[in-house]
Design a protein around this ligand. Structure first.
Ligand code: 13P
Ligand code: SF4
Length: 407
């Protein structure tokens, strides 16, 4: 039997989110300056090609796996956020890095590249609702709550790559590390090892060798899934800090008893997959393998056959035997591409839940924005530059370097 290309029609909500005017996920409200080409312009592909050719080696275009096909077509390299930041750093000859992804990714690329390189985000409204769920003020207030409860100096912050440069900087300043969905377990093991007696630590405070807690920012699901599923902690070891409640909605005793203090943040795409969608797809497609991203809820991850980062999902599909069937719980642009790529090999790939839509902020980067950014650069005008200030960068880089040094 030959697998059919993925049959997914965007829901009315998805179509609404695809429009440029109304984007409930983006609170930035940043208008694109300059003259944006019309989406109906039949010459867009040719214009993008010509501008890129004119720029030559001076420009390097990065495309996150969740980007639209029309954008991926012009990416020099594709990958997850971590791989793309590293790819940018490995291209010192490129004067301009055009980041087709979201704001926190462009910030990380700016931190990891040289000061001679300029990072451009084609649409400044391409933020990330999860990253926006933890602001610098809220996290500083949380640290005060932890200090009051007597646990701040035994707590190591671990922040997901999907966070602002401010949060990464806070993490670096307080002896913590960044993680991605591929290395979250190694990052947590590193964090808990900071409390081992006699361990060499940069922190010389007298309680530094008693660190036994992690403050995990900003995705509660990745934190919980890694702690419970991968590291054998119990759900009772985890508490959720709600930045919208006084004291995070937790007592000092709860903070003292917890091993994992999870920030109350989530991905507005992955957080929508449900246990019902897993049960439904199993009933519809006998023998299907359910493979989901660890940003999904704990009940979804527990019911799935496999869990893994974006890169893991891509690799798993590549290695899968012909005739196998897969339901994927991750972003729709990627699922559609994988379904089309593997259909010819007889692998059936479906989207886990038809009511879940594209990541609306990832989708803000479209061909008109890319053409506008490339043509502006080709005309010698740097637009939508993402630049992290030196003080923030210093500690954010420290936190990122701790991640790069993870075993
Ligand atoms: P990765 O890019 O690390 O797979 O993260 C998933 C995601 O949601 C990106 O925004
Ligand atoms: Fe943010 Fe989720 Fe979109 Fe990734 S998929 S950019 S985490 S909202």
């Amino acid at each position: 039997m030959t697998a059919q290309p993925l049959d997914v029609q965007p829901t009315p909500l998805a179509l609404l989110l695809l429009g440029r005017e109304s984007d409930p996920n983006s609170e930035r409200g940043v208008e694109c300056p300059g003259d944006l080409p019309a989406p109906s312009d039949p010459g867009l592909v040719e214009r993008a090609r010509a501008a890129k050719e004119k720029l030559g080696e001076r420009v390097f275009v990065l495309g996150h796996h969740y980007q639209r096909d029309e954008v991926i077509e012009f990416a020099d390299v594709t990958g997850d956020s971590f791989k793309l930041a590293r790819d940018a750093a490995a291209r010192p000859e490129a004067e301009y890095i055009v980041f087709c992804g979201v704001h926190f990714m462009a910030e990380s690329a700016d931190i990891l590249t040289s000061s001679a390189q300029q990072v451009v985000l084609p649409d400044l409204a391409a933020g990330c609702s999860m990253a926006d769920m933890a602001t610098a003020e809220q996290v500083a207030e949380c640290w005060d709550v932890l200090t009051e409860a007597g646990v701040a100096d035994v707590t190591v912050p671990v922040s997901y790559m999907n966070s602002s440069a401010d949060i990464k900087s806070f993490t670096g300043r307080h002896g913590g590390t960044i993680c991605t969905s591929s290395n979250a377990r190694r990052a947590l093991e590193w964090a808990f090892a900071q409390g081992e007696p006699g361990r060499e630590s940069e922190d010389r405070s007298d309680r530094a060798d008693r660190r036994n807690k992690v403050l995990f920012l900003p995705d509660q699901h990745l934190g919980r899934n890694t702690a419970v599923r991968d590291m054998g902690m119990s759900l009772e070891d985890c508490v959720v800090y709600n930045p919208h409640k006084p004291g995070g909605g937790l007592t000092a005793q709860q903070l003292q008893d917890a091993k994992m203090i999870l920030w109350r943040g989530h991905c507005s795409v992955h957080g929508r997959f449900s246990l019902e969608s897993v049960n439904d797809v199993r009933a519809r497609i006998p023998g299907v393998n359910v493979l989901v991203h660890p940003e999904c809820k704990h009940e979804v991850v527990s019911a799935a056959d496999q869990v893994g980062s974006t890169e893991h999902i891509i690799k798993t599909l590549e290695d899968a035997p012909a005739g196998s069937k897969w339901a994927l719980g991750t972003e729709l642009n990627l699922v559609r591409r994988l379904a089309n790529r593997h259909a010819a090999e007889g692998k059936e790939v479906v989207f886990l839940d038809r009511t879940v839509c594209f990541c609306s902020t990832m989708n803000r980067i479209d061909l008109p924005h890319l053409v506008w950014a490339l043509e502006s650069l080709a005309d010698g005008k740097v637009v939508n530059r993402i630049q992290v200030d030196d003080e923030t960068e210093k500690f954010a880089k420290l936190a990122l370097e701790r991640m790069l040094a993870l075993p």
